[in-house]
Design a protein around this ligand. Structure first.
Ligand code: ZN
Length: 306
């Protein structure tokens, strides 16, 4: 990890931290006040300072590969909050950064000119996630029939398209609550073997809970889609804005529909075991700039100890 990827500072002094803690109990969190914990590894989030944020100036825009990146204001500075997919190769990577439109307009090159953009280099470290072995009695969800394979593949393409969704917003909440009460049973990143066969790694966070327990929005947003998928079962996608999405899978029932605005803590549906699941649980995925990242990085420290 490079030096610029220091963990986020919570405030200049302990007193301010205490005042903030009290204020957070009374008021909605101001946008961008709290960033996820930095973890510049596959499946993590890199925090990259992009320069001072002054007055009402618009943020710089940034891209990681083809994907636009969330840029948040923290302590008078713009910070790119970059999601790193589990298959990101460790090593040196670059963010493409373009100054805000007002700055670009003042430059003779004009908006969109290559000369206006800069590259910010950062390092992604290696991370070895533990293995998890799962036995499924119903082997049809491990060794798929031709029809199921075709269905699953078309669904995966649709899910990837949803994960790349971008909606600009100025109120994205980056500090999540845990979306279901229960026991954490599957950490993010586990290298999984179903009935002894290697399958894709676990790109979410599992919470075991009784069937019918409420599943709540971990932050406010707009329901992007819901569907019933071969692997994920009944699923809701919530768009928090700026490429940050949450995905809730294996639901027993869905209580919202595409286009609904939801507030933090609002019930989205009920815990179930639809799709490929060994028991009732919520599989919670978090997507940032198209990459599935560790949801625990967005939880306050107390949530992280669950
Ligand atoms: Zn899961």
């Amino acid at each position: 990890m490079s030096q610029r990827l220091a963990p986020p500072r919570r405030g200049p002094c302990a007193l301010r931290g205490a005042i903030l803690a009290v204020a957070m109990l009374l008021l909605p969190l101001p946008a961008g006040a709290t960033l996820p914990r930095a973890a510049s590894v596959p499946g993590g989030v890199a925090l990259l300072p992009l320069g001072p944020a002054t007055g009402t100036a618009a943020p710089p825009r940034a891209w990681f590969g083809e994907q636009p990146v969330l840029v948040a204001r923290r302590d008078g500075e713009w910070v790119a909050v970059v999601g790193l997919a589990l298959d990101t190769p460790p090593g040196r990577h670059e963010l493409l950064v373009q100054p805000p439109p007002a700055v670009v307009a003042a430059s003779p090159a004009g908006e969109g000119a290559a000369a206006a953009s800069t590259r910010v280099a950062f390092n992604v470290g290696a991370k070895e996630y533990p293995a998890q072995r799962i036995t499924l009695k119903d082997s049809s969800k491990v060794d798929l029939s031709a029809a199921d394979l075709a269905r699953a593949e078309s669904e995966i393409a649709e899910i990837r398209r949803l994960q790349r969704h971008w909606r600009a917003a100025d109120d994205t909440d980056l500090e999540f609550i845990v979306p279901a009460e229960g026991r954490m049973t599957g950490r993010f990143g586990l290298r999984r073997y179903f009935n002894g066969e290697a399958r894709s790694p676990h790109a979410g966070f599992d919470i075991a809970a009784a069937r019918g327990s409420p599943v709540r929005a971990n932050a406010h947003g707009i329901v992007l889609a819901s569907g019933d998928y071969f692997f994920n079962g009944r699923t809701v996608f919530v768009d928090h804005g700026n490429g940050l999405l949450s995905v809730y899978c294996h639901l027993d029932r869905v209580d919202v529909q595409a286009g609904d605005a939801v507030v933090k803590g609002q019930r989205l549906g009920l815990v179930g075991m639809s799709g490929r699941a060994t028991g009732p649980h919520l599989h919670w995925g978090v997507v940032l700039n198209g990459a599935l990242v560790d949801p625990q990085l967005f939880l306050a420290a107390r949530g992280n100890r669950r």
